[in-house]
Design a binder for this molecule. Structure first.
Ligand code: AMP
Length: 287
C-alpha cells in the first residue's frame, strides 16, 4: 500500500527515516495528472532504489501565464491509485504555502536555461530550479528521475544538481503513444481533432531525423527540414530548432554537427505542446 502525505513536511520526515534506515530513495517530481510517462519514471526509480517516491505539485513559480496555470489538469486521487498500482512507496502533495512557507529566493537556473523554453516562457526555468531545489531539500533523494520529454529542463536540473553536489540525475526516454504522440498531461485538454494535429510535432521531428540518417549534418539544413515539415502541419509554432545536445547554446549552432537534437514547441488551439528527438542517437534511444 502506498503511503500518502498532504503536507511536504510529513513527507520529509518519512524520507529522513528511510534514509536513516540506510535505504536508497528514487524521487520523481511531477505536476500530477499522471500518465504512463510518469509511471515509467517511477518503475525505473523502483528498479534502481529501495524506495520510490513522487511529489505532485503544480508549481505556480514556473508558469508565466496564469490561464495556463489555472487550466493545468489536476486529479490527485486518480494519481494516487495509479502510483499505488505501479508499486510506488510514497506520494506527497501540498499547498504552495506548505511547499514555500517563506517567499523563496529564486534559484539560478544556470546557462542551460538560455534560449528556447527559457526565452519563450519568461522566468520558467528559475521557477523550475527554485522548486526542484526545495524538493531536493525535502526529500534528500539518492537519485532523481526526469523525462527526456522536457529536454532542456533535464539539462537545467543536471546542472543544478552538479552545483549542489547531488542527487544523481537520471534522464529517462520519452514515452509515446503508438502513433508517436509524446504522452503529456496537457494531452487531456486535446479533442480528437487536436490529437491528430498534435501528431504533426512528431512527424516533423521524424523528418529531421530522416535527414540526419541520410547524412545531413549542417545545422541550418536540419533546421530547414524541421521547419519545412512543421509548416505543412496545422500548428502554431513557438520554435523549431536544432542544438548540440551535449553543448547547449542559446542560439542555433553554425556549421556541421557531430550530434544533434531537434526541439519543437507548438500550440494546438490553447494547448502548448513540446517535443524533441535526438537525431544522432541510435534507433530506440532517440527519445
Ligand atoms: P510533469 O508532471 O509534466 O512536470 O512531468 C514530470 C516528469 O515526468 C518530468 O521529468 C517530465 O519530463 C516527465 N515526463 C512527462 N512526460 C513524459 C513522457 N511522455 N515520457 C517520459 N517522461 C515524461
Amino acid at each position: 500500500m502506498i503511503v500518502r502525505f498532504g503536507h511536504p513536511g510529513d513527507a520529509a520526515h518519512w524520507c529522513a527515516a528511510e534514509g536513516a534506515a540506510g535505504r536508497t530513495l528514487g524521487f520523481v517530481p511531477t505536476m500530477g495528472a499522471l500518465h504512463e510517462g510518469h509511471v515509467a519514471l517511477v518503475r525505473r526509480a523502483l528498479a534502481e532504489n529501495d524506495r520510490a517516491c513522487v511529489s505532485v505539485f503544480v508549481n505556480p513559480l514556473q508558469f508565466d501565464d496564469p490561464a495556463d496555470f489555472a487550466a493545468y489538469p489536476r486529479d490527485f486521487e486518480a494519481d494516487v491509485v495509479r502510483l499505488d498500482a505501479a508499486g510506488c512507496s510514497m506520494v506527497f502533495t501540498g499547498t504552495p504555502e506548505a511547499f514555500f512557507p517563506e517567499r523563496p529566493a529564486p534559484v539560478d537556473p544556470g546557462p542551460c536555461a538560455e534560449g528556447l523554453e527559457g526565452e519563450h516562457r519568461n522566468g520558467h526555468f528559475a521557477g523550475v530550479a527554485t522548486v526542484v531545489a526545495r524538493l531536493f531539500d525535502l526529500v534528500q533523494p539518492t537519485r532523481a528521475y526526469f523525462g527526456q520529454k522536457d529536454f532542456q529542463q533535464a539539462l537545467v536540473v543536471r546542472d543544478l544538481a552538479r552545483r549542489r553536489g547531488g542527487p544523481q540525475i537520471v534522464v529517462h526516454p520519452t514515452v509515446r503513444e503508438p502513433s508517436g504522440l509524446a504522452l503529456s498531461s496537457r494531452n487531456a485538454r486535446l479533442d480528437a481533432e487536436g490529437r491528430q494535429r498534435a501528431l504533426g510535432l512528431h512527424r516533423a521531428l521524424r523528418a529531421a531525423r530522416a535527414a540526419w540518417l541520410a547524412g545531413e549534418r549542417r545545422a541550418r539544413s536540419l533546421q530547414r527540414v524541421l521547419c519545412g515539415a512543421l509548416e505543412r502541419e496545422a500548428l502554431s509554432i513557438d520554435y523549431a530548432e536544432v542544438r548540440d545536445p551535449e553543448r547547449w547554446s542559446a542560439r542555433a549552432p553554425e556549421g556541421e554537427l557531430d550530434r544533434a537534437v531537434a526541439l519543437v514547441a507548438a500550440r494546438v488551439g490553447a494547448v502548448r505542446l513540446i517535443d524533441n528527438l535526438v537525431l544522432s542517437a541510435p534507433e530506440g534511444e532517440a527519445g
